[in-house]
Design a protein around this ligand. Structure first.
Ligand code: CU
Length: 164
């Protein structure tokens, strides 16, 4: 990691020498690259194209937290509009990603539990809030939606989308 960072620092300073005034243009695009995202589960949907709507509620029960659906099957290429409703008393999330990415993200959330999510593949919903996600499943496989607020995943807030 430190080797890669210092290599990047060297190439940046080399560019600074060569590019001079153009560096100002270069730096912001590097910063933007950080927020660019290759989504594991497909891509943001196109509202002009047909989609199927699936409503998912999020709530808590005695000792449990869950989504109203724990397993969803879709066809490869299909667009799904997830209509999300938090009917509980706590904030919840719906983060659609690969199982591996959610596992990594979960570790980050344990360090930064107040992380906010409002992304094409993930939303955080306050109690009684609703939102939606339009998603196109371009890849076959098993993906996961999860709430990574510490403790929620363990209490049952996870589900799978099986794309065939
Ligand atoms: Cu939750």
């Amino acid at each position: 990691m430190s080797v890669r960072l210092s290599a990047a620092a060297i190439s940046l300073s080399a560019i600074a020498v060569i590019a001079g005034p153009f560096l100002a243009d270069f730096v912001p695009s590097r910063a933007l690259a950080h927020t660019e995202h290759v989504f594991a589960a497909g891509e943001p949907g196109d509202p002009k194209k047909p989609f199927r709507t699936i409503e998912i509620t999020m709530t808590e029960g005695p000792g449990t937290m869950s989504y109203s659906s724990g397993s969803i099957e879709v066809r490869k290429g299909e667009q799904i509009k997830f209509v999300l409703k938090n009917t509980g008393y706590l904030a919840h999330e719906f983060l659609l990603d690969s199982i591996e990415n959610n596992a990594k993200h979960k570790i980050e959330m344990e360090k930064h539990p107040d992380m906010e999510h409002d992304e094409p593949n993930g939303k955080k919903l306050e109690p009684k809030a609703s939102s939606d996600i339009l998603w196109r499943f371009t890849k076959a496989g098993t993906f996961e939606f999860a709430c990574l607020i510490p403790g929620h995943y363990e209490a049952g807030m996870k589900g799978v989308v099986v794309v065939k």
